[in-house]
Design a protein around this ligand. Sequence first.
Ligand code: NAD
Length: 252
Amino acid sequence: QLRLRFALALVTGAGSGIGRAVGVRLAAEGATVAACDLDGAAARETVRLLGGPGSHEGAPRGAHAAFQADVSEAGAVSRLVDQVQACFSRPPSVVVSCAGITRDEFLLHMSEDDWDKVIAVNLKGIFLVTQAAAQALVSSGCPGSIINISSIVGKVGNVGQTNYAASKAGVVGLTQTAARELGRHGIRCNSVLPGFIKTPMTQKVPQKVTGMIPLGHMGDPEDVADVVAFLASEDSGYITGASVEVTGGLFM
Ligand code: NAD
């Protein structure tokens, strides 16, 4: 059992894939989960899987709760952190940003809109969530662990993903800088860089990619959730500013 029992964990993108697996794993370790997604029904379904009431309105004390928010909108993120604090009477001590999108196109043909949308959700969204959560933690004097989901694509690039690769490389720089600034407040910040993980986002990834992966298969969302849970817990208490790759050995 990880040292996570009294944590309150805010997970964005919790309605699907990696975010849902993170919610399930953190709850299994004894944390209370605030599951947020753009798709409120999907977040409520995650909370239902955790055995919670499905909505933050009227959630009994200590129960998991669902929240709807668009992480790319500053007002929505600020309301989200306020709602979580009001619901649980404390700021989240663990924050996991899993919300992310792709809009793939070759550089030569990529529209400004495809660029802007991916940067808005994947990079600005993580800035807004990290900032709002850190402000709440610092003003209440609480320590915390912030985990931002980047991608191995941010490190090595990927054809058709200039927007996505730029956003994910940005997440690593943002997280390292946050780690430097927030360490003195007892707030740790780490990034996780998954490789190819089986989720709705990778449905169109061709089977042949498995030939490039030393472990010979794509990862499961739970493989990422295991690492996130460790980084969330006090068992990783001296790790901050790290970028942990969960890739089955792809691109060593
Ligand atoms: P997914 O599509 O299954 O889940 C993403 C979730 O984010 C969805 O529930 C979606 O509704 C939510 N979301 C999208 N835009 C949002 C917004 N503006 N505000 C709030 N929520 C929003 O994808 P996934 O594969 O689970 O990806 C999770 C994270 O992991 C993403 O950041 C992704 O870039 C990253 N990642 C995934 C892989 C992979 O192979 N699946 C690899 C590397 C990194």
